[in-house]
Design a protein around this ligand. Sequence first.
Ligand SMILES: Nc1ncnc2c1ncn2[C@@H]1O[C@H](COP(=O)(O)OP(=O)(O)OP(=O)(O)O)[C@@H](O)[C@H]1O
Ligand SMILES: [Mg+2]
Length: 503
Amino acid sequence: MSKEKNLSTAFRKFLDEDVVQASFESCITKGDGSFVPVEYSLSKQGTGKEVTILAVVRDITERKHIEEMLRQDNEELELRVAQRTGQLAELNKALLEEIEERRQVERELRKRKERFGTLFENMAQGVFYQNRDGRMADVNDSALKFFGLTRQEFIDRDSFSPHWKVISENGLELSPEEHPSMLALRTGKPVRDKIAGVLNPTTGDVVWLVINALPEFEEGESEPSQVCVTLHDITGIKQMERELRSARDNLEKRVEERTLELQKTHSQLLHAEKLSAIGSLSASIAHEFNNPLQSVMTVMKGIYLHAALHQDEKVLMDMSLKECERMRDLIRNLQDFNRPTSGHMSQVDLHAAMDSILIFGKYRYKRKNILIKKQYAPALPIVRAVADQIKQVFLNLLNNAVDGCAEAGGGTITIGTSVRDSGSVQITVQDTGKGIPPEIIPRIFEPFFTTKPAVKGTGLGLSVCSDIVKSHGGLLTVKSEPGLGTTFTVVLPIQGNREEGRR
Ligand SMILES: Nc1ncnc2c1ncn2[C@@H]1O[C@H](COP(=O)(O)OP(=O)(O)OP(=O)(O)O)[C@@H](O)[C@H]1O
Ligand SMILES: [Mg+2]
């Protein structure tokens, strides 16, 4: 469509429309063939068929140019806005991601903090923090329990508080400067495994702790800003240590006592061994003596019977033979005594058994100023017993009586026998010696108990006697009064023990 047609169409449309003003753009072709953009501003005047149109045409080349420039600027701006928006969207996305990451870290940190908080509060180890100036900063429940303080009491204190009673292992009190926390704060170096006791004012007990103090520094600072102190309770271990030490001391004391006892027993055993060796030696000497004695006696009897002797010579010969017979009996007794126990029950004449022992000591009694009195029952039943064992009992009791009298400078030993009841007999060996102090009576039947010097007594005598009498189903008892004398009583069943032959 030509420009003119366009223009007339626009005018026609303006006329037809029910408006009084309108404007539109178009262009005009200049003489040189170029186009000029113009704006038509129309206004209606008059009514009905008398309508006049006033048209004002304005060159809008400049405006169009500016519009074009604006449009281009706009386009460029839009492009840049689009680019910037893209960048911003990228940045935004990165930011969101970072925020999310931070949130995640924060959540993690919170979780850790909670975990550490729970750990701090509930750990068995005590922990507290102390500031550079010595004031308490934070503390957990275990530390408060060790110190016997409330949180407030603890926080209100510093190391210089006079209420602290801290002692080292040697029992000396530590000054505030020596407290591990203060040492770490002053030197900036950790204090490790220091053992100290702290008085708990609530219980009044000392709580023993292994203390570690770790100084903490702010960034770039050379002096510690605070110290973290951990406390490990070793009161139980200390207590055990003390008990162990006292048990060890006790044990050492007991070992010492036991060693002394054993040494004593050892020397007594050595003595017993020596006596037993002498016993065997005397047995063999007795044996060696017996044969020549028999020969001498045979010769002497021959001479006594067949030689022509004067009456005086016969008397002397008779005396010599009697002495030889006494020697023979002594030797036989010695051999009997040294022979190992047969353990054989036989019919034993207790009077004869006692006499065979008494014969040994005849000169000894005289030498020690001791008189032997016999108060034998007129008809003592024969007893079923192990003869050599019964003799051993009599010998031990007689030896003790002799020693008791000898220590009193002499005395009398009375040997009594009697029928106790229908089933048993009783033999008493009573002396007028020094007697036995009542406090040692309960011990005299113990093996190796003796009050005699080591070379004299082994302390086995009464313990062996008691064993022998018991094995015969009998009883050995003692009565003594210091300064007056002692009586030992042996009760033996006439029919012997049912468990005969045990020894
Ligand atoms: N008749 C007594 N008079 C005084 N004390 C006696 C008498 N009999 C025993 N004792 C005391 O009893 C202790 C123990 O006696 P026991 O016969 O067991 O041993 P021992 O005589 O000392 O030595 P061992 O008999 O072995 O040579 C004696 O050391 C002594 O102190
Ligand atoms: Mg004795």
